[in-house]
Design a protein around this ligand. Structure first.
Ligand code: ATP
Ligand code: MG
Length: 444
């Protein structure tokens, strides 16, 4: 049974005395039955929004409407918000927005359940006494660990809102459930419907898939269900592209999935892992080799991320890492070279570079020996030594340089600063004004 605040329980008891049952529904009931952490509790009953607000207020509970058409009301109890939706049925037009074009309130969980996506997401638990209402067989599916649509004909559910195909993949991965064969076939047959779903909605699901567990399995499902052309179309060109057997066990797409799974569970890192080699098919097509794939890949990734409406800072970070991910591929660079490059890249890109090199090697399925460990050691030593990671961290200014060297403003000053930065990357103890004023004479 769910653990709920006493004030909510008291409210449910008061409603029960009037013959109205208040239910917890959806993810919270599912997760509690699976002994997983419950993060937010959604409520439902047959009360219309205004009726609920009136009764909540009479019981000293703050309540306000947040969505008129869907009848969503927010109850605020002990500082926590609970979303209440009135039981309803929905009908959808064909194609288009994948949003319901008509919503009708209804009176029972039995009707409400069939507008929800999967049976395990359509379980209702009475807040007052914990009774479970299970109109679509969700309990049995939970026990079998299977995702199945609420309706007998899965196509109805998946056709109405293409986003449900992505939700299916997300839940399969996050719950570690299998997918009922009928549901899977219908998802495959309807994958093209994702074409009409807004990029922002698709991106929200993608973010949750990428930052969730079992990301390799989830990405493989996205490929197999046929969702990639409508989500990350440029990745489809990587499917089946073979690579040099000496360095890679997998084709490009499978390698990208493995690399993604080997990055930390954080969106930026996951996107870098997933997209770092996206330029390989184009590089191969242009010159029969893959040498310049970092350059092509940077621009292809930018197109993909802009289409998905990612913020510019994140796009800059991901593309920046893709651009430099081939740095010192032969792994021959000595300590001084590494220090200079790290200082030029700055802290964030250096951290991403080390991260992607490690994930890339792990994701190859063949290469071992982690140059990334050596790189990380050098980088951490630079941090301990307080080495500068940009010209602005030097303890001299452009003014100082102009005065000391008698030079006018111009690009030359920037070049001198850069040389001083490289010098201090190797000799951090020299980042002191009096020393730099002398050193700059050798940098002209
Ligand atoms: P979690 O919050 O852990 O991701 P959840 O099941 O609570 O899982 P939400 O997206 O919070 O998922 O939605 C709450 C409930 O609303 C779901 O359990 C499901 O019953 C219903 N629901 C949400 N989005 C859709 C959708 N696109 N189609 C059908 N039902 C949906
Ligand atoms: Mg939820």
């Amino acid at each position: 049974m769910l653990k709920l605040p006493a004030a909510l329980q008291a409210f449910a008891n008061a409603l029960e005395r009037e013959g109205v049952t208040l239910y917890a529904v959806g993810g919270c009931v599912r997760d509690a039955l699976l002994n997983r952490a419950v993060h937010d509790v959604d409520l439902a009953s047959r009360l219309r929004p205004d009726e609920l607000i009136e009764r909540a207020k009479a019981n000293g509970i703050e309540a306000r409407i947040v969505q008129q058409t869907l009848g969503t009301v927010l109850l605020s109890i002990d500082g926590t918000d609970f979303e209440h939706t009135t039981f309803r049925t929905e009908s959808y037009g064909t194609g288009g927005t994948h949003r319901p074009d008509a919503v009708r309130f209804s009176d029972s969980p039995e009707t409400d359940a069939f507008r929800r996506d999967f049976s395990v997401n359509a379980l209702y638990e009475s807040v007052s006494d914990g009774t479970l209402v299970d109109p679509t067989g969700g309990r049995a599916d939970l026990e079998r660990r299977v995702l199945r649509t609420t309706t007998k004909d899965p196509a109805v559910i998946l056709r109405d809102d293409g986003l449900r195909i992505l939700r299916l993949v997300r839940f399969a991965a996050s719950l570690d459930f299998s997918v009922d064969p009928g549901t899977w076939e219908a998802a495959k047959a309807n994958a093209a419907l994702l074409k009409d779903v807004a990029w922002e909605r698709k991106r929200q699901e993608l973010d949750r898939i990428l930052t969730g567990p079992r990301v390799f399995d989830a990405l493989t499902m996205l490929r197999d269900v046929g969702a990639l052309p409508y989500l990350l179309p440029e990745l489809t060109a990587c499917d089946g592209v073979e690579q040099k057997k000496a360095y890679h066990r997998y084709d490009v797409l499978t390698h990208l999935f493995h690399t993604c799974e080997n990055t930390p569970q954080e969106l930026g890192a996951r996107l870098i892992g997933l997209l770092h080699d996206v330029g390989k098919p184009e590089a191969l097509m242009r010159d029969g080799k893959m040498y310049a794939h970092d350059v092509y890949g940077t621009e292809i990734a930018r197109t993909m991320l802009e289409r998905l409406r990612y913020p510019n800072a994140l796009i800059g970070r991901v593309c920046g890492a893709i651009r430099i991910h081939m740095f010192d591929l032969t792994e021959e660079a000595g300590d001084a070279t590494l220090r200079k490059r790290f200082a030029s890249f700055g802290r964030e890109r250096t951290e991403d570079l080390i991260m992607i090199r490690e994930a890339d090697v792990r994701g190859s399925g063949i290469r071992t020996g982690f140059v990334a460990e050596r790189w990380r050691g050098i980088y951490e030593q630079m941090l301990r030594e307080r080495a500068p990671f940009s010209e602005s961290e030097l303890n001299v200014s452009g003014e100082d340089i102009m005065r000391e060297l008698g030079l006018p403003p111009g690009e030359r000053i920037g070049r001198i600063k850069h040389r001083l930065l490289l010098r201090c990357a190797v000799h951090p103890e020299e980042n002191r004004r009096e020393i730099l004023l002398k050193r700059m004479h050798d940098c002209i």
